[in-house]
Design a protein around this ligand. Structure first.
Ligand SMILES: *[C@@H]1O[C@H](CO)[C@@H](O)[C@H](O)[C@H]1NC(C)=O
Ligand SMILES: *[C@@H]1O[C@H](CO)[C@@H](O)[C@H](O)[C@H]1NC(C)=O
Ligand SMILES: *[C@@H]1O[C@H](CO)[C@@H](O)[C@H](O)[C@H]1NC(C)=O
Ligand SMILES: *[C@@H]1O[C@H](CO)[C@@H](O)[C@H](O)[C@H]1NC(C)=O
Ligand SMILES: *[C@@H]1O[C@H](CO)[C@@H](O)[C@H](O)[C@H]1NC(C)=O
Ligand SMILES: *[C@@H]1O[C@H](CO)[C@@H](O)[C@H](O)[C@H]1NC(C)=O
Length: 740
């Protein structure tokens, strides 16, 4: 029994490293004097001359992002820390993730600077990184002779950074996530336990929240006592007193053990917690969808995104006044995750569109829903979508990133996809996926599963990347919806059979940390829509570009007319990266009749649908030239079509296709009077990466009496509650006034 126990030390590593900034740490940071920077090395495990670099600036400790980091940077930092020079530096939070601010990003020293603030960087506090990217340095052991600097601070002994729950044998056999176990905290020499005398459910709630679980439950202590009685124990913490609203153990009142740590908990045992996983992580109902009045949009990873709330069947965003970790944690827990790791302001996960439902949200931390917190309604003009809030939640450790890998690419964001396999005799290996039918949707799942963000491309051939010794195709016919947590949840063939064999035709991905997000202005469609009978003699160009329905070919040109449903399209980029056509300019197509280049073959679909969903009139499968027609305040235009200019839509800008330009219509000459749905879909084939495809369709209800047309309830695909959307699809003509 004992040996199995010890093996688990290796198997199980449930780690939560991060400590919130605003809740503070157990020991107060030293006072800020005279504007001088302070430095320290932190993290585990490390020697005294290495660690995560932390800087004290403006009263707060923070870290440095590893982007553009170099040995030259490390030299400057090591000298400031009292060492002669650096021997190396580390990226990706090698010494654990820091807390609070990320003070510096894209630091580029030449190596000769005296202090780090003389080096080039984005400026204090300006960073797009997470603490996963904290930089560290390895300094030479040799110290600068005579170095005395009160601004180099030793890390306090009494700090809790990492916390884990360690299951025991019987529990560990179950699938991930582990929801129950002994609570352990990391310290210099290893992991220690917490004495459970005085332990209460509020403490458990905080631990469960850190581990990605919304709630705690009672645990069978006797069961654990049997195990722990036989173990050597090291009680790191003597007592813990949380209020339950903390998002990290370090924010609770803590008493560290002094002296003989093994003997100090004689009448107690190690603290044990049991957590209730959110429905999406519970094994009984792995695919169950949560019915909720809150959702996250546009996040690159699970458990993060822009917060949207549902009121009167319509989704809207939350304004960032007073937004903090307490409120963010209520959102996270409501969604079946743990507490919040970060509460972000200023549309860090892209802007929403449509209503802003709340501002000034203040939660105690115990609320079951954000709607139970105090909040204010947003008065017009008070908030803009540039102030939309977002969250990063603690999510359970699922080891998803160990089940697949990508190889052969030029950067760590691209490569051939490989999946783990277990052969008949139990040996583990890796295999490839057939490229047949592989698309952006499947790539989206791979990129998210690996923590690499959004999918730029799903590639069906990967011969141009470095080969590897993995050549066997082990998976084919993979079909994902795009929402799956891991590739294993997607459909695939029972036994692999590829149309094109050979490793050169294996599936690949190119991932990206940021993506665009296009959305059509639905109210503008509603405001500008009309019917025009346009004489055929004015439609030669349009006919050449295939913008009329088939029956136009049989018309008596140039006599007669076509009946056109016309409207303006204003396509906004509300994401975090510019929208660029997939094809390079060498493959753009010159349209002589309209005298411009088309950079995307199919950019939008315009359709008129009957109530049962069949198409009654198809617009031109519009290809456009893409440009910034206008931008929101403070954003500069970057793309324009004229003169073979660069095409695209900048973040914060929109491309306008006015109702009176050629082909901006649906030819409804053959449509009978009735009730219909007008539908516009942008980027319909997912050709270009977006952070959110659910808002790419826009629908309106249409009533046509043979002469005039009435258009109501224009909304984008994810604007209504599911129930309201179903009602709309069923009776598009009657929804009027039910949604305001
Ligand atoms: C701590 O206490 C235990 C049990 O009372 C004892 O066996 C051990 O030697 C002590 N260790 C130290 C370092 O005093
Ligand atoms: C906010 O507006 C909703 C409906 O528009 C109303 O029911 C609610 O009472 C308002 N709440 C506050 C706090 O003003
Ligand atoms: C298991 O099977 C694989 C081939 O499927 C073979 O290469 C490997 O040597 C086998 N391992 C053992 C331990 O038998
Ligand atoms: C594949 O190559 C890697 C290094 O290139 C090596 O570590 C690994 O053992 C090889 N695997 C097989 C199955 O040959
Ligand atoms: C959408 O169009 C309406 C109507 O023209 C306009 O008032 C509104 O400002 C537009 N929305 C955005 C986000 O530009
Ligand atoms: C759908 O509606 C159209 C006309 O509104 C009709 O011609 C067609 O037969 C219907 N299809 C189905 C499957 O009901």
């Amino acid at each position: 029994m004992k040996s199995v126990w010890w093996q688990l030390w290796d198997v199980v590593l449930l780690v939560a490293l991060w400590i919130p900034s605003c809740l503070g740490q157990t020991t107060a940071p030293p006072p800020f004097e005279g504007g001088k920077l302070k430095f320290r090395l932190a993290g585990y495990p490390r020697k005294p001359n290495e660690g995560r670099v932390e800087i004290f600036y403006k009263g707060e400790w923070g870290t440095i992002c590893d982007d553009d980091f170099s040995l030259a940077n490390a030299h400057v930092l090591c000298r400031q820390l009292g060492f002669t020079s650096a021997t190396g530096w580390t990226h990706s939070a090698k010494y654990g993730k820091g807390t609070g601010k990320i003070w510096l990003d894209n630091v580029q020293c030449t190596g000769s600077e005296e202090t780090i603030d003389q080096c080039k960087s984005r400026g204090w506090g300006s960073s797009d990184c997470t603490h996963d990217e904290d930089a560290g340095v390895v300094c030479k052991e040799e110290r600068l002779p005579g170095f005395v600097d009160s601004n180099v601070i030793e890390v306090e002994e009494n700090r809790v950074e990492e916390v884990r729950i360690r299951p025991v044998v019987a529990v560990a056999k179950k699938r991930l996530p582990f929801t129950e176990g002994i609570v352990e905290v990391r310290y210099k020499e290893g992991w220690g336990q917490i004495c459970d005398l005085g332990w209460n459910p509020k403490n458990s709630r905080v631990i469960c929240g850190m581990m990605g679980f919304p709630y705690e439950r009672k645990v069978n202590k006797n069961f654990y006592k049997l195990f722990t009685d036989r173990q050597q124990k090291f009680y790191r913490l003597h007592s813990v007193a949380c209020t339950g609203a903390e998002v990290h153990l370090s924010a609770c009142r803590l008493q560290f053990n002094k002296g003989n740590a093994s003997a100090s908990c004689e009448r107690g045992m190690p603290a044990v917690v049991s957590c209730v996983p959110g429905p999406q992580y519970s094994q009984a109902s792995s695919q169950k969808k949560l019915k909720s009045t809150v959702r996250l949009k546009g996040g690159a990873r699970f458990g993060e995104g822009r917060v949207e709330v549902l009121r009167s069947s319509q989704w809207g965003t939350v304004c960032d006044d007073h937004w903090n970790l307490q409120a963010a944690s209520v959102v996270c827990r409501e969604l079946g995750f743990g507490s919040a790791r970060e509460a972000l302001r200023g549309a860090r996960m892209g802007q929403g569109m449509g209503p802003i439902h709340m501002t000034d949200v203040r939660c105690m931390g115990q609320e079951r829903s954000i709607w139970s917190c105090h909040y204010k309604n947003v008065t017009s003009e008070k908030c803009k979508h540039t102030e939309d809030v977002s969250v990063r939640c603690n999510v359970p450790y699922m080891a998803f990133e160990n089940m697949i890998r990508i190889t052969g690419g030029r950067t760590r964001y691209e490569g051939r996809v490989e999946v783990t396999t277990t052969s008949g005799n139990g040996t583990q290996g890796w295999g490839l996926i057939c490229g047949d039918g592989w698309s952006t949707r499947e790539a989206m799942v791979v990129c998210r599963q690996l923590g690499l963000g959004y999918a730029n491309h799903g590639l069906q051939e990967t011969w141009y990347w470095d080969g590897s010794n993995v050549t066997e195709m082990v998976l084919s016919g993979v079909k994902c919806t795009g929402d799956e947590m891991s590739l294993s949840q997607c459909q695939h063939h029972e036994t692999p059979s590829c149309l094109r064999t050979g490793a050169r035709f294996s599936a690949g991905v190119i991932c990206s940390e940021t993506a665009s997000d296009l959305i059509l202005n639905a109210s503008l469609v509603q405001e500008t829509v009309y019917v025009e009978d346009r004489p055929l003699h004015m439609l030669y160009c349009a006919a050449e570009e295939d913008c009329l329905s088939k029956s136009a070919a049989k018309a008596n040109w140039p006599y007669g007319h076509r009946r056109l449903l016309r409207f303006s399209s204003q396509i906004h980029n509300i994401g975090r990266a510019d929208f660029r056509p997939k094809a390079g300019r060498h493959s753009w197509v010159w349209h002589a009749c309209h005298a411009h280049y088309h950079s995307m073959d199919i950019f939008t679909h315009y359709d008129l649908l009957s109530v049962n969903g069949t198409k009654v009139a198809e617009g031109h499968k519009a290809s456009f030239c893409l440009e910034d027609s206008e931008c929101q305040e403070g954003v500069a235009k970057r793309y324009e079509c004229a003169n073979f200019g660069d095409q695209g839509i900048t973040v914060g800008c929109w491309d306008l296709y006015r109702h009176d330009i050629d082909c901006q219509w649906i030819d409804i000459t053959d449509v009978k009077p009735g009730t219909y749905i007008l539908q516009v879909v942008i980027n319909p084939n997912f050709e270009v990466a977006e952070s959110d495809f659910t808002n790419n369709a826009m629908k309106c209800s249409c009533k046509y009496d043979g002469y005039r047309i009435w258009v109501h309830n224009c909304h984008h695909g994810d604007a209504f509650s599911d129930e309201a959307e179903r009602r709309f699809e069923k009776y598009p003509g009657q929804l009027n006034n039910q949604i305001s």
